[in-house]
Design a protein around this ligand. Structure first.
Ligand code: NAP
Length: 301
């Protein structure tokens, strides 16, 4: 891959900062510019060596081959239009978690075809430049959305970059993207937020939470640390799909409530067995840490 490139990252947080690290340290790209509305985040990104130089949006767009938009989804449509207004033949990508609103906003822009909408399916519950990490994208999937609406050379360039940082590419249209993102990713976050809220409501004493918080609780509540600045706009932009999946979620909650209230063992078993199927789909196998020998040894004791 040609590494004699300049890349501008707009939004030097978790995703933008992690991409910057990959570009600089894995691919050896010549120059990575950082642009952010938050001067503190920009300073931190420089201090951490995520980017080479902090520049204005105008300069970043003018002097770069690739412009990466990595800001919350409510800021993306306006930013994308602003950047496309300044673009000549450069390539622009976004990494946002919703696509329909953004793609509608840029639909009629004369340079729409220089824009490639993408969603790397990788992240953590942390945000800001300090959360950036190398290796975040390795072996993960990236969705290229409405690929038919982009120039061929822009698409090939973006595919080459994502492959070079170890990602596997899949294609999807924007409506399906937002629907399935709601059904799998966005509902997981609501579920974790609701779990945290419920425990906080019910347990007044923090010590009880600490005493009871084993691995199961910690892993289930992990996403509740995610930032409101990122998730509030996602839920609101993906409103109809969120309402649809929330209704299904509430129905399942009520089914558990009903089975427990009526002491219906059979219904509870059915619900749990149906839920267990997700492990097969994700191809997760039970960790085999204890050998038969150590197991029988422990049983004897
Ligand atoms: P983040 O860590 O909060 O970083 C976003 C950065 O953009 C912050 O420094 C923020 O400043 C800045 N910013 C906000 N509005 C801006 C604007 N108009 N112009 C320039 N900078 C602006 O967020 P992130 O987790 O990296 O998410 C970035 C994008 O990636 C989002 O669209 C998100 O949907 C998508 N995404 C996230 C994940 C994930 O797991 N986090 C995964 C895949 C995709 P302030 O902090 O001052 O607001």
């Amino acid at each position: 891959m040609n590494t004699n490139l300049t890349v501008a990252i707009v939004g030097v947080g978790l995703i933008g900062g992690s991409l910057a690290l990959e570009f600089k340290h894995r691919l050896g790209i010549k120059k990575v510019y950082g642009i952010d509305k938050d001067p503190q985040n920009l300073r931190k990104a420089l201090e951490l060596g995520l980017v080479d130089e902090a520049v204005s949006l105008d300069r970043g767009v003018r002097d770069s081959d690739l412009i990466v938009l990595s800001v919350p989804v409510d800021a993306l449509p306006q930013l994308a239009l602003e950047v496309l207004d300044m673009v000549d033949n450069q390539v622009v990508i976004d990494v946002g978690s919703t696509k329909v609103t953004l793609i509608k906003a840029i639909k009629n822009h004369p340079r729409r075809k220089r824009f490639v909408a993408t969603h790397p399916m990788a992240g953590t519950e942390y945000s800001g430049p300090k959360a950036a990490m190398i290796g975040l994208f390795t072996g993960k999937k990236v969705l290229v959305v409405d690929a038919q609406d982009t120039d061929r050379d822009a698409l090939s360039f973006v595919k080459e970059i994502y492959r070079a940082i170890g990602m596997n590419i899949s294609y999807i249209d924007s409506d399906s993207h937002d629907l399935h993102a709601a059904y799998v990713s966005h509902i997981s976050h609501i579920s974790s937020f609701v779990l945290a809220l419920t425990v906080l409501d019910k347990e007044q004493d923090e010590n009880n939470i600490l005493d009871m918080a084993g691995g199961g609780f910690r892993s289930t509540v992990r996403l509740a640390n995610s930032a409101a600045s990122m998730w509030t706009p996602i839920f609101l932009q993906n409103r109809d799909n969120m309402l649809d999946v929330l209704d299904a979620y509430i129905d399942n909650m009520l089914a558990f409530r009903q089975a427990i209230a009526s002491g219906n063992k059979k219904d509870l078993n059915i619900l749990i067995h149906r839920a267990n199927m997700i492990y097969e789909i994700l191809n997760i196998t039970q960790p085999n840490i204890l050998t038969t020998k150590t197991l029988s040894h422990e049983w004897k004791e």
